[in-house]
Design a protein around this ligand. Sequence first.
Ligand SMILES: NC(=O)CC[C@H](N)C(=O)O
Length: 356
Amino acid sequence: MTAAYVALEGGSVVEARCRAPGTSHGELVFTTAYTGYEESLTDPSYEEQVLTFSYPLIGNYGVREERFEDDRVHPRAVVARELTDDVAEWLTEEGVPAVDKLDTRDLVGQIREGGAMKCGISAGPDASPEKAKEALADCPGMSDHTDIGAQVSVSQRETFEGGDGPDVALVDCGAKGSITDSLLDRGATVHVLPYDVSPGEVADLDPDVLFVSNGPGDPANFAAAQSLVEEFVGEIPLAGICLGQQIVARALGGTTEKMDFGHRGVNQPVRDLRSDRVVMTTQNHGYTVAEPGPKLDVTQVNVNDDTAEGLESDDLDVITRQYHPEANPGPHDSLDFFDDVLAMVGDERRTPVAAD
Ligand SMILES: NC(=O)CC[C@H](N)C(=O)O
C-alpha cells in the first residue's frame, strides 16, 4: 500500500493510503452527503478546501461527465474511508491528491470539535509525515485568499440563449452549472459575467435580473460584486445563492461571519417562516449571514441552528438563499426558487414558498 499522510492543525499526523499522488494543503471540511460525489468534487465552492466525505464508500456508481458542475475538480485534495478505482483514476488524471483507509469518523469528530482546520497532505511513493507537515505550514487561511474569485470565474461574458423569458445577468463568483441550467429550463437567457464585472458593463446589458452566484472563500473578498449589488438594488430585481446571499446581505448593510465547521450535506432542514413548511436542502458553506441589515427580512431559517437561510425584500425585489435550490447533488424540494426569481420581473410576483 502506497503511503499517505494527513497533517492536522494541532500537530497530529494521520496515516492513510494514497489513491492519487501529490502534495497539497487546504481548509479541511466534511460533507455528510452520501451521494453526489461527482457534483461535489466539481463544485467551485470547494476551491482551496480539502474535502472529507463522512459517508464511507465514495465512487460506487462511477464517474460521469454529464454530472459535473464545472470542467475541473475544485477541492485541493480528497479524503474518504474508501475511494473506488474509478474515482482514484479520475483524481489522478486531474492531479488532485486523494487518500483513503483512514478513520474518517474520527476526523469528522475532530472537525466538529475544533472547527474547520488547515491540513497538509503528502501522498505517493515519496510521501512522508514531514512533507505533510511542511504543506500544512504553508497553508493560508480561507480569508487570506483575497482574489479567490479570479481562480473560479469566467474571464469574459458568456451568453446562453434561452426562450422568451427574462435576461438574467449571473455574476460568476464560482457558479455551479446547475444554476444556469435551472434558469435556462425556465426560458431565461443567461449572461454569465466575470466576478469583477463593472457596473457599466451590467448597465449596458440592461438585464431583467441581477443574480449573484455561489462561490468559494470569504464573502468579504468579493468587493466588486458587493459594489454591483449596492449600485443596482432597487433598480433591478436581485437574487443570490449561498456566497451570493452573503454578498447581497453585506451590500445592504448586513454582516457575515465564519461558522465553526459549516453546513455541508444534502439533508439540512430549512423552515420557511411564513408558510411554516420545512424542506430538506443541499448545503455547502462555512460562512453565514450574522445580521441581515435593515433592508432585508429573514424569511427562512435552519432548523438545527437558526442561521439565516433565506433573505428577502418585497419592496426592493430581492430573494436570496443560503442553501442550494439548484440541488445537484441533493433534494429537488426548492427548485421553485428559480420560478420566484423570474417572477420578480414584471408585477406577478408569487409568494416564495407556497404553503401545502
Ligand atoms: N457554496 C457557496 O457559495 C459557499 C459560500 C462561502 N464560500 C462559504 O463557505 O460560506
